[in-house]
Design a binder for this molecule. Structure first.
Ligand code: GCB
Length: 625
């Protein structure tokens, strides 16, 4: 993002930071992560009742008095009740009616479905009727793939759950609220940006609101598998010949100690009966046949069958080892170089939040055409379909929580939110071999409070998942004489350092890149953002802003620079495709889009796309070791 705003705010934060460090650090550390409520893993592998389709909606004009009372409480006695007005006679108290209200498609953002809501940030109420027939001895959950940003859920007039966070899944147990026959669900979704939200108010992407991912009803036996982690056992040193152990856990919700759980991976010769501990967790460490390891060249997935009591589930899981050795990244013991692109969760061609198989197919089509082996899913967890496709197609993933630039680092409750989102992200995707990097943040201002906050978060990520690498995209470094120095202390907490920089666009001239001397941590470095804007179809000289030729020129000089940095282990230009950003308002050039894409939003390739395609094919920039 524009460096000017960052620099001034960064300085302000640094000064505040010193004071805040003294005041807030003890509280920050003491404020441990909140426990995660039930979050079902592998829902897309279960037989569920989809509630996708047409949902009635009503807009709650700001200040959203139908949702929030004047003293800030949630109103349970209004739209949530879904009563119908008696239009012809009697007292006239109800002045809303979902039954005759228009509909929105779920999943989908409201902004691209109703032109009057294109720029709307606020509360929209959704209502959906569904039939349900209870099975004996079962529990039922409403599962939301994601809803941006806060959700309040009622079923048959009962308040069921709330959720904060626009990009991670959540479940609400509805067993007691459901009745046999016809039922209804009402969800109020509030997309209002908040200073203490994650992200906070300033973002360089479009704040699509609504029920943006699949919604389903999941009925399970009273004891059910809600979480599992099946991975190649991580040894202190990796050896492909002895890649023959799986470890992890299966968690059975509602199980007492000693409950049997079976784990079968027929192709790997695993057929084990495990038992749960007092927390319902069955941990394992099992010998297997020699495993065929997952990699981009061989994206092998095994059928993994889990069962306990009446519940069973089959997932497709790949096994691989990812680690760092000095400044190298090793996949299954071999040094790799990551060639890819950044991507927002935007749907090619139709625009709007990406949420369908078609969207994912289009995005992966572009990545494959680019000869990419890697994608950074910026700046928040994307639809789970992305990880599934990456597992199948052999594309490695960087997955990130929406901790973008400035957030309220000094507030313990904001730390708790960040840790919660991290937990949700890791829990959803820890069985996806394609995900090799968890990123805890993007371009945050360097000050002690922030550093402590993010270091805690990085440690938390490592504790939750010791089989992946922890990263973050750092702000551009500062110039010291003729050197460019990255000395952000937060880098110490990372396995792989993401370095963002916009030399040739926000900073300096493209050709200045050729002679920059970089002083970077002795860790694997990914150039996690670099680039320039160009409007597809605009042509001119290599110095003409907005011309495709200038974008190519910036990248060509970047390549010269990158080839001189020995510890660079990957690059992801910003960005694969132009994306909506309401702050980008140069008429005819931007028109509400950030134009740094290698492709336009309607899938037209710019010259820079071909440059990367060739570079990646020839492996002419960067080295694995
Ligand atoms: C950045 C941000 C990214 C912006 C990009 C830009 O540094 O991380 O979210 O979109 O710059 O285009 O300014």
């Amino acid at each position: 993002m524009n460096d000017l705003s960052l620099t001034s705010t960064r300085n302000r934060n640094c000064r505040n930071g010193l004071l805040l460090a003294a005041l807030c650090l003890p509280t920050l550390i003491a404020h441990a992560q909140q426990p995660l409520k039930t979050l079902l893993v592998g829902v897309d592998r279960r037989s569920v009742t989809s509630l996708n389709g047409d949902w009635h909606y009503l807009v709650d004009q700001p200040p959203a008095r139908s949702l929030y009372t004047s003293d800030g409480k949630i109103r349970d006695n209004g739209y949530a009740l879904n009563t119908h007005p008696n239009i012809d006679s009697g007292p006239h108290n109800e002045e809303y009616d979902f039954a005759t209200a228009p509909t929105l498609k779920v999943p989908g953002d409201w902004n691209t479905q109703d032109p009057t809501l294109f720029r709307f940030e606020g509360v929209v109420w959704y209502e959906h009727d569904f039939d349900f027939h209870a099975k004996p001895n079962s529990r039922t959950f409403l599962h939301f793939g994601a809803a941006n940003y806060k959700s309040f859920v009622w079923v048959n007039q009962k308040r069921i759950c709330d959720h904060e966070g626009g990009f991670t899944p959540f479940d609400c147990e509805v067993t007691a609220a459901l009745k046999d026959g016809s039922n209804f669900v009402v969800v109020a979704v509030d997309s209002t940006r908040e200073v203490d939200g994650i992200p906070s108010t300033g973002i360089d992407w479009f704040n699509y609101g609504g029920l943006t991912r699949d919604v389903s009803l999941v009925t399970l036996p009273t004891q059910f598998i809600d979480d599992y982690d099946v991975h190649l056992k991580r040894e202190s040193t990796f050896s492909a010949v002895s890649a023959d152990r799986l470890s992890g856990y299966i968690h059975v919700e509602g199980a007492s100690a000693g409950t049997p759980v079976t784990l079968r991976v027929p192709e790997a010769g695993v057929n084990a009966t495990l038992t749960t501990d007092a927390d319902g967790r069955a941990s394992f460490d099992l010998k297997t046949n020699k495993l065929e390891l997952w990699s981009p060249a061989t994206p092998k997935l095994y059928k993994v069958e889990l069962a306990s009591g009446q519940d069973k589930l089959t997932d497709d899981i790949g096994f691989r080892d990812i680690r760092v050795d000095g400044t190298r990244i090793l996949l299954n013991g071999k040094a790799i170089f990551l060639q890819g692109a950044n991507m927002h969760a935007e749907a090619p061609y139709r625009t709007g939040r990406a949420c369908t198989d078609e969207d994912v197919k289009n995005i992966f089509g572009f990545l494959q055409d680019l000869n990419a082996n890697f994608v950074r899913l910026a700046h928040y967890p994307h639809d789970e379909r992305m990880e599934r496709a990456a597992d199948r197609d052999g594309i490695m993933i960087w997955s990130e929580i929406p901790l973008w630039q400035h957030i309220s680092f000094e507030k313990p409750e904001v730390y708790a939110k960040a840790a919660f989102m991290l937990n949700e992200m890791i829990r959803r995707d820890r069985n996806k071999a394609s995900v090799i990097l968890w990123s805890v943040s993007n371009e945050t201002p360097n000050n002690p409070v922030r550093t402590q906050f993010l270091t805690n978060l990085a440690n938390e990520a490592r504790k939750l998942d010791s089989t992946r690498l922890i990263t973050s995209a750092l702000l551009g470094p500062h110039a010291k004489g003729d050197e460019m120095v990255q000395d952000d202390p937060f880098a110490n907490a990372l396995d792989v350092v993401g370095q963002n920089e916009y030399i040739g666009w926000y900073d300096m001239r493209p050709e200045d890149a050729d002679n920059i001397k970089w002083v970077l941590p002795q860790k694997p470095i990914l150039i996690s953002e670099f680039g320039a804007e160009a409007k597809q179809g605009v042509h001119g000289g290599k110095d003409q802003r907005w011309a495709e030729e200038q974008q190519v020129n910036v990248y060509e000089h970047q390549f010269v620079m990158i080839n001189k940095i020995p510890q660079v282990r990957g690059l992801v230009p910003w960005i694969l495709m132009d994306f909506r950003s309401p702050t980008r308002n140069i008429p005819k050039l931007q028109d509400g889009f950030n134009r740094k894409g290698l492709l336009s939003e309607d899938g037209k390739k710019k010259q820079a796309f071909y440059l990367f395609q060739k570079t990646y094919k020839e492996h002419s920039v960067g080295k694995p070791e």
